[in-house]
Design a protein around this ligand. Sequence first.
Ligand SMILES: Nc1ncnc2c1ncn2[C@@H]1O[C@H](COP(=O)(O)OP(=O)(O)O)[C@@H](O)[C@H]1O
Ligand SMILES: [Mg+2]
Length: 236
Amino acid sequence: MASVLQLSSVPPLAVGTLRRVYAHPREQDRLVKVIRPEVIERRWGRGAAWYKRFRRARQFIAVQREVEEYLANYARAGGPAPFVQRVFGFEQTDLGLGFVIEALHGADGAIAPSLGAIVRAGRYDSRVREAFERFARDFAASDIVIGDFSAENIVLAWDEEFGERFVLVDGLGSSTLIPLKALCRPANRWSKLRQLERVRRQLPVLADAWPTTSGRRPWWSPLRRRARVAARRAVG
Ligand SMILES: Nc1ncnc2c1ncn2[C@@H]1O[C@H](COP(=O)(O)OP(=O)(O)O)[C@@H](O)[C@H]1O
Ligand SMILES: [Mg+2]
């Protein structure tokens, strides 16, 4: 019998708004995502809106959409898209049902950083921008449907097969009641172009995030941003 993965005794590698991400205890090339218990209680617990409790998959609704979209894309394209994380399946863990997916790493062997983390660290240079634009082109040209595209949901990975590339790790699937984007290709493409543009517009703002002890932005932050935007315009 498959054993229950023990995750509670180790720190997560990353924490998102919905999930915690752990290294798989046995498989080096895999990660395990579990839903944060406090989020389950807040969103799907007793105080939650009735229609949320009505959803049969409850806290797994996002992963259900993600898996559905992964399968749909796999079937249509005849294989996995290189810009989407591979899915291995589900395993029991001591923190609830674990979603097991491919671990993406950077060229340095560390866990692949998100676009947001790269920008915050001041490492958004022309090479990263080119990788982002390559991703944007393939992503917009594909039939993939995405409900939640953001700078935190793509990571910059490196491996021998593909070299450096951005990979989607979250947000896949249609989040609306009527899946317009899945039904209408032009609507899907338009939506993706809009979401890409929204993230592009955020990039200089993200670069300005300044770690302070209070967690608040310092008063000079807008000035730095303005200076940076002006400097960028000046270099074209
Ligand atoms: N396959 C992966 N490889 C490397 N890092 C990942 C992977 N999946 C997620 N991450 C990291 O973990 C963070 C949270 O994961 P995510 O699936 O986005 O959780 P949430 O659903 O809570 O937003 C991501 O922003 C990313 O930095
Ligand atoms: Mg996310």
